[in-house]
Design a protein around this ligand. Structure first.
Ligand SMILES: Nc1ncnc2c1ncn2[C@@H]1O[C@H](COP(=O)(O)OP(=O)(O)OP(=O)(O)O)[C@@H](O)[C@H]1O
Ligand SMILES: [Mg+2]
Length: 366
């Protein structure tokens, strides 16, 4: 990156000095690796196109990317965001890996309808048009449809000169662990290891857990003060940046949209999630895709809003099983949310789970 601008390390050190960031040697040690990618991308962007290269549309060679992995809350997404914001090139994109793969699958469906032989090729061409840098947050592969195409997809993107930076909770060798047809997936792992630098972010601190330890996460009543508290928690948990992006999950061919999402934290109102005809598969997909859900305005429940209450129960079960952190505002204490009518008995379990999920050490361990 250009001399006149600060390096990532200088930016990081300044934030530590200003007190907005805690000093973390593991994070700091990683910055030169990101800096190297940024520098190479910026240098390639100003280099004049060679005549023949331009004539034959030969794509630039992508800088070697980065596969950054480690335990939850270590700062991987934060570092990637910082890097992505800093790289001064056009044609960069940051996207949640899950959302990206759904975009790819939707593109494949559309391409197949045109009867094209190799559907992945036009999809990769569309995705990489004008693109030099793709930053994926939270790479994980659980779906066989994704597992079977991701190797060729990445090869096509890399061939088109797109640099890839990705975060993950697992080392490459553990991706799609125990998945069906895993041997067919192994070339992807080899490709990752060959074309990306693989680095573990080994810091001892789970900053997200630290932030939430002892923090109030259940606010009642759901008034303006609660709303403000939720906004502040969102702000802290997403590294002080404003709005996120909608999270689009494809579930059984339908798209379910969660209004706001960033760095593993989703934010929605009760009616967004429980006022629509969503079912268990939708809530499971949501619970798999996020670490923290901020849910605003849980109302009193009764026979009058039986369907919404039923969905809420399913939502809480899904969040509970996946050990998602829930931060919410509600009209009342858990035990007083649903006190009479059909379903109130079953709600006792939900109320008890809502209590348990407020514990300081609630959340996914790895
Ligand atoms: N050095 C630091 N000082 C203060 N806060 C930090 C520091 N590093 C990270 N954080 C904050 O900790 C929270 C968790 O960081 P982040 O989301 O980047 O973790 P992660 O490694 O991506 O976790 P996951 O694997 O769960 O996605 C964020 O709110 C982030 O801004
Ligand atoms: Mg993350």
């Amino acid at each position: 990156m250009s001399d006149a601008r600060q390096t990532l390390t200088e930016i990081y050190d300044r934030q530590v000095q200003e007190g907005t960031m805690r000093p973390d040697p593991a994070q700091r040690a990683l910055l030169p690796h990101l800096q190297r990618i940024g520098d190479e991308l910026e240098a390639a962007a100003v280099r004049p196109k060679r005549f023949l290269g331009g004539l034959f549309g030969k794509p630039p060679v992508a800088p070697r990317g980065l596969y950054l992995w480690g335990g939850v809350g270590r700062g991987k997404s934060m570092l990637m965001d910082m890097f992505e914001a800093h790289v001064a090139i056009a044609g960069k994109r940051r996207v949640h890996f899950h959302a990206f793969m759904q975009e790819v699958q939707a593109g494949l469906d559309a391409a197949r309808k045109t009867g094209v032989d190799d559907a992945l090729r036009p999809v990769a061409a569309d995705l990489s048009a004008g693109l030099r840098l793709l930053c994926f947050d939270e790479m994980q592969i659980t779906d066989i449809a994704d597992a079977m195409i991701v190797g060729r997809l990445f090869q096509l993107l890399l061939d088109r000169g797109v640099a890839i930076v990705t975060t993950s909770n697992r080392p490459p060798d553990d991706l799609y662990k125990d998945g069906l047809n895993r041997p067919l997936f192994l070339p992807f792992i080899a490709l990752l290891k060959d074309r990306l630098e693989v680095i573990e972010l080994q810091g001892p601190t789970d900053y997200r857990r630290d932030m939430l330890a002892g923090a109030k996460v259940y606010f009642t009543p759901a008034d303006q003060a609660a709303s403000r508290a939720l906004r502040l928690l969102w702000h802290d948990l997403t590294g002080g940046r404003e709005g996120g992006q909608p999270l689009r999950l494809t579930v059984n061919g339908r798209i379910v949209e969660i209004p706001d999402h960033r760095s593993g934290v989703a934010r929605a109102g009760f009616w967004d999630l429980c006022g629509r005809p969503l079912g268990p598969a939708d809530y499971l997909a949501l619970a798999q895709a996020v670490r923290v859900l901020i849910l605003e305005d849980i109302p009193h429940l009764s026979a009058a809003n039986y369907n919404e209450a039923k969905r809420f129960v399913i939502l809480i079960d899904a969040l509970y099983e996946a050990k998602v952190r829930l931060i919410c505002s509600a009209a009342d204490q858990p035990e007083r949310l649903y006190i009479e009518g059909a379903g109130s008995f079953e709600f006792e379990r939900t109320a008890s789970r809502l209590r348990e999920m407020q514990a300081a050490d609630w959340g996914r361990p790895d």
